[in-house]
Design a protein around this ligand. Structure first.
Ligand SMILES: Cc1ncc(C[n+]2csc(CCOP(=O)(O)OP(=O)(O)O)c2C)c(N)n1
Length: 362
């Protein structure tokens, strides 16, 4: 599909409709039924963990968290194609892909509880830390791609960014560099329609993001990011393209952030109920569930049992994270530099003083 897709003319690539029915089986990803059901269950697990994390935040048990709700098919498809030695370069909203790359849910919880160690993913191979400075991670992705090519390794980089991130200079620099040097990076833009409260139409005057691939000189495709099968075929073809020495690919995965930007945001202030209802019908997990049910691959009793099991597993891991030894205050200050500079030392001393004062008035 990547070869046939014309970014100037083609319509967004889809395989299934909003109800999970196949529109055309001309292009279908190769995946066996067992693996397909597993992919669905992994997405369901990620959604369960995501919902429960929002709830923990509301209970005051974890800090600010960016929900993934509605974007799970993009991460689920990435999980299917990433190999052990491939690199995942995240932004901050790809929980299913982090888990697939080997991050543990406990580490994810620790990160959002403020532990620096929660971002080091000791169990995962080639997973970069969460990157909150928007789009800055793409430079690292292009650089890793350059190293892979230089060392003639059989590895691919999967780099994530949001639609808002495409307005940053970093996006341009990384894509330009990657294409000029023909490095193996699959850039995945999660176009979830908003950058906090800024709608996509205010982000760019371009007809979309995929079309920007033309100017950089790399293939691009606009795909329904809520259609697991279309997403999977796209990821399969893009990773194969990059792995075989053809350079980078730009994927615009069109989706919708069903939740808030983060737990500190209230989307009802800037978008309508009607819009949310339109997108509710395109939910990626419901569509895949309908498809699998029509194929006779799901059993509803078993599904209910699994969801219950996921909930207790997530809760068990969360409690484990809550009982993790508290981090020393120094961790907050020593993270950036090998030797702590004087201004940070002063800040740390001030903060220690503040904590002593707080304790004295309790
Ligand atoms: C360089 C930089 N500027 C601004 C911010 C504040 N900020 C945090 S998230 C965000 C919006 C990101 O939107 P998008 O790239 O579409 O990703 P999404 O949050 O929708 O997944 C902004 C502006 C930041 N973190 N970094």
């Amino acid at each position: 599909m990547l070869k046939q897709f014309d970014v100037t003319k083609s319509k967004m690539f889809r395989i299934m409709d909003d109800d999970g029915r196949i529109l055309s089986d001309k292009y279908m990803p190769v995946i066996d039924d067992k693996q397909l059901v597993k992919a669905y269950h992994d997405m369901l697990f990620a959604r369960t963990a995501d919902h429960m994390t929002v709830s923990y935040q509301r209970q005051g048990r974890i800090f600010t968290y960016p929900p993934n709700f509605g974007q799970e098919a993009i991460h689920g498809a990435t999980a299917q194609v990433m190999r052990y030695d491939d690199w995942l370069v995240p932004a901050f909203r790809e929980m299913g892909a982090w888990l697939a790359k080997g991050a543990t849910l406990k580490d994810i919880f620790l990160y959002f509880m403020g532990y620096e160690e929660g971002n080091s993913w000791p169990q995962a191979n080639h997973l970069l830390p969460i990157s909150v400075p928007i789009a800055s991670q793409l430079q690292h992705a292009a650089g890793i791609g350059y190293a892979i090519k230089f060392k003639k390794l059989d590895e691919v980089v999967f780099a994530f960014v949001g639609d808002g991130g495409t307005s940053e200079g970093d996006f341009h620099e990384a894509l330009n560099f990657a294409a000029v040097w023909k490095v193996p990076v699959v850039f995945v833009v999660q176009n979830n329609q908003f950058a906090i409260s800024v709608p996509f139409r205010m982000q760019t005057a371009s007809k979309g993001i995929a079309i920007k691939s033309q100017a950089y000189g790399m293939p691009g495709i606009q795909v329904d990011g809520n259609d697991f099968l279309a997403m999977l075929l796209t990821m399969q073809e893009a990773s194969e393209f990059s792995r075989t020495g053809n350079g980078p690919v730009l994927i615009e995965a069109v989706t919708y952030r069903k939740g808030a930007h983060t737990t500190s945001d209230d989307p009802s202030k800037y978008r309508s109920k009607e819009e949310e209802e339109i997108w509710e019908k395109k939910d990626p997990i419901n569509r895949l569930r309908n498809y699998l049910t029509d194929k006779g691959l799901l059993n509803s009793d078993e599904e209910a049992r699994l969801e219950e099991q996921y909930r207790s597993e997530v809760d068990r891991i969360f409690v484990e994270a809550e009982n993790h030894p508290a981090y020393p205050l120094e961790d907050v200050f020593k993270y950036m530099y090998a030797d702590m500079p004087d201004d940070l030392r002063k800040q740390m001393a001030n903060h220690e003083e503040f904590l002593r004062w707080k304790e004295s008035i309790q």
